[in-house]
Structures are given as C-alpha cells and as structure tokens.
Write a protein that binds this ligand. Structure first.
Ligand SMILES: Cc1cc2nc3c(=O)[nH]c(=O)nc-3n(C[C@H](O)[C@H](O)[C@H](O)COP(=O)(O)OP(=O)(O)OC[C@H]3O[C@@H](n4cnc5c(N)ncnc54)[C@H](O)[C@@H]3O)c2cc1C
Length: 393
C-alpha cells in the first residue's frame, strides 16, 4: 500500500480534484500545457481563486495564511495541480519573497506585503544576479549608500524573471564597501515604479519573454525597506536560494510529463508503423526516467517533511536541484526524440492544425529547460556545495 492510500488522504485528493474540475478553465490548461509564460492577469486570477478557497499558500504557517496541511497533503495538492495542468503560480511571491518576509521581515512588512501576495494582488521579482555576478554572487557591484532616511541604489541586475509584471523586487545590494564580499550585503524591497528603475526585456530561445535586465539610477529606498538586519543579506540569500532549489525540483510536474510520454508512446508510430511503445529505445528511456523519478520523489518528500517541521532545507536542496533539473531536461529531450519533426514547431501552432496535439508545448519546454540546470545556482555550483558540506571534502 502506498503512503498516500489512507482513507483521509484519498478523501483529500478527491476534494482537490473536484476543486480543480470546477475552477480550472480551458484557458489555464491551454497556457500551462503549451509551455507558455503566464501573463500577470492569469497568475492573478488563478491565485485569487486558490486564495478564496483558503489554499493560497499551502507551505506558509497557518498564522499568515497557510493551510496547515501535512507534507503528504501538500504533495498531493501539487500532484493534482500538475496532473490537471494547473498554472505553476507565483513562484517569486509565494516561494521566495513570502518565506523570506515570514522569517526575517518586520511586523509592519509582514502586514503590508503578505496578504497581497496571498490574494494575487501584488507580484515580486528577484534582483540578485548581475552581468558579472551569477555563480559568484558575492562579487555583486550594485551598491546602496545611506542618505538621511533613504538608501540610494545604483547599479544593474540581469535575468530578472517576471520583472515586467512585478510590482516589487527583493534586491541584494552592497551596503558595506569595506567588509568581506559576503559580509557587506543587504536585502531591499524596491517598488518597481520608483523613479530611477528602468527595465529592458531579454528574449529567450523558446521565443518567450520572461526575463529582463534592470538598471538603477539613484533609486531612493526608505530605510524601513531593508529586510531583516543590515549586512546579513548573504545569509538570507543563501536560505532563499535553498528554498528555490527545492521548488525547482518540480517532482509532481515531472511525473505528469513522464505519464504523458508513456501515453504518447502508444499513439506515435515508429518508421515501421508500430507504436513507439514497442521499440526498444523508447522502452529503455521510459524505464530509466521512471526509476530516476521514483528516487527523486522519495528525496523530495523527505526534504518537504523536514521543511514542514520548520527546518531549512540546507544542502539537501542541492542534490534535489541537480536530480530534478537533469530529469526535466531528459524528459523533454525524450519527448522531442519521440515526436521527430512534429516536435520542432514553436509557438501556438498546435492550435492551427500544423502540429499534432501530442506536440503541444514540448518545443517550448525543451528550449526553456536549458535554464533549469543554470538558475537558482548552476548544477556545477551545487556539486561543489555537496562536496564541501555533505561529503566534507
Ligand atoms: C532564464 C533565466 C532566468 C533567471 N532568473 C533569475 C532571477 O529571476 N533573478 C536572479 O537574480 N537571477 C536569475 N537568473 C540568473 C541565474 O541565477 C544565473 O544565470 C546563474 O546563477 C549562473 O550565473 P551566470 O549566468 O553569471 O553564469 P556564470 O556564473 O558565469 O557561469 C558560467 C558557467 O561556469 C560554471 N561555473 C561558474 N563558476 C564555477 C565554479 N566555481 N565551479 C564550477 N563551475 C563554475 C557555471 O556552472 C556555468 O556553467 C536567471 C537566469 C536565467 C538564464
């Protein structure tokens, strides 16, 4: 019997399924399955629906709007959302800014920002990376200098996901120029409409616009917009990146994709006219993906269980990130190989009859997933963390 097969959890799964059947409309499914980047109004509408059900932030503490679900319930919820092709939701507010504010924010900041994240009224972006500070984040050059009751921020950030529909940014900047690189950083809350902030789109090879460059020219930020303690930004950033890596493992979405590949293998034909499911290379690939998925899921569940007991994920997030991201790439590579020429059409062409429905969104996912081994700390950097912190080498 599976861990998930108790009467209570089966009832819970049915409750989630019924909610999704009632609320998830065809537009959300179309965008999600199509591998498209969500528009702000779609993210807001989806988040508002979850919030009105009391399910806006299952992983937050109950006192600030969480559901109080066990880790298994939370996993079931994510699995059902993945199987139904529900939107991924607002990663930066719900999974990054929210938890950082809950852990380090002042009471005033919590009251001001958390309810609007929950309700889908405000969106955040993450201003960490710079053109010469990605893996080596501590070498970042954006600086903040104090002027009376304000910090003045100057510099540049890059690869700002969702910056074009964000209201707010959590931004890492240097506040102590004399200290060691890691010791002189602080996290600021920036209003994206502040004078001196300018944004430039960066188009990616999936033909989508999800990332941006941003420039700061004497941006004035009130003193109370520092999150937590001054010059503790490096510690907060490390904790935030560990949470981001756990989220990036995306086990339920990968399970949904592997089941989709299994289904496609019976519908798509090899050159000899037989279903792909009967060819050795497809069977081998699907078997290897399934076995590796089971290992990923077990690791993800154990980290989620620790998080639900209030522990930070720490270095375990590094192996989840490596395994989860590699698996996501292998899944879409397998899909592209199975689809052949039907897989290479980008954009919404599947709706025009140019592409078989099986091809929906795979090219978008395949191209965009080049990034999953890079962002939230590249996989090479995660291997260094594992060798230092877990293996003590
Ligand atoms: C689509 C996309 C979205 C992103 N979204 C955001 C965002 O919203 N906010 C944000 O702040 N950042 C974001 N990032 C930035 C991302 O976190 C960085 O790209 C990442 O940290 C790598 O930094 P880099 O691009 O400067 O590459 P580099 O650090 O220059 O690395 C280049 C290569 O060298 C390797 N390398 C570097 N140093 C080492 C080392 N010490 N040992 C071994 N190998 C090494 C890396 O693994 C990589 O393969 C995003 C990036 C992309 C592409």
């Amino acid at each position: 019997m599976s861990l998930f097969d108790t009467p209570e959890l089966l009832r819970f799964r049915q409750e989630v399924r019924s909610f999704l059947q009632e609320h998830l409309d065809a537009h959300f499914v179309h965008e999600t399955r199509g591998g498209l980047h969500m528009e702000r109004e779609d993210m807001a509408r989806w988040q508002a629906m979850l919030h009105s059900q009391g399910w806006g932030a299952p992983h937050w503490p109950v006192a600030v709007g969480g559901t109080g679900w066990s880790e298994l319930q939370r996993y079931i919820f994510e699995e059902e959302c993945a199987f139904a092709d529900a939107p991924l939701g607002d990663v930066h507010g719900l999974f990054l800014a929210g938890p950082m504010l809950i852990a380090e924010g002042s009471d005033e900041q919590k009251q001001r920002y958390l309810p609007r994240i929950l309700a889908g009224e405000e969106f955040w972006c993450q201003g960490f990376s710079e053109p010469n500070a990605g893996s080596d984040l501590a070498s970042l050059k954006t600086r903040a200098t104090l002027d009376g009751d304000h910090w003045i921020i100057n510099g540049q950030k890059t690869w700002l996901s969702g910056g074009h529909h964000a209201d707010l940014m959590f931004c890492l900047a240097r506040t102590d120029m004399e200290a060691k690189p890691q010791a002189g950083l602080s996290v600021f809350i920036l209003d994206m409409t502040d004078p001196g902030i300018s944004l430039q789109p960066i188009l990616t090879m999936d033909e989508g616009h999800s990332v941006n460059a941003v420039f700061f020219d004497n941006v004035r930020v009130p003193r109370q917009n520092v999150i937590g303690e001054l010059n503790k930004g490096w510690t907060y950033a490390k904790e935030l990146l560990a949470r981001e890596r756990v989220n990036n493992a995306q086990a339920p979405r990968t399970k949904r994709d592997i089941l989709e590949l299994e289904r496609m293998s019976h519908e798509l034909k090899a050159a000899d006219g037989k279903p792909l499911a009967e060819t050795a290379w497809v069977r081998r690939k699907l078997a290897a993906l399934t076995v590796d998925f089971i290992a990923l899921e077990a690791a993800a569940l154990s980290v989620i269980a620790e998080q639900m007991q209030g522990k930070e994920p720490g270095p375990a997030s590094s192996y989840l990130k490596i395994r989860g991201s590699e698996l996501q790439q292998r899944v879409s590579e397998t899909a592209m190989a199975m689809l052949g020429s039907a897989g290479v059409v980008l954009g919404q062409k599947y709706g025009t009859g140019l592409l078989a429905p099986e091809g929906r969104g795979w090219a978008e996912r395949h191209f965009f997933r080049r990034v999953v081994t890079i962002y939230a700390g590249s996989n090479e950097i995660q291997k260094s963390i594992i060798s230092k912190v877990i293996l003590e080498m």
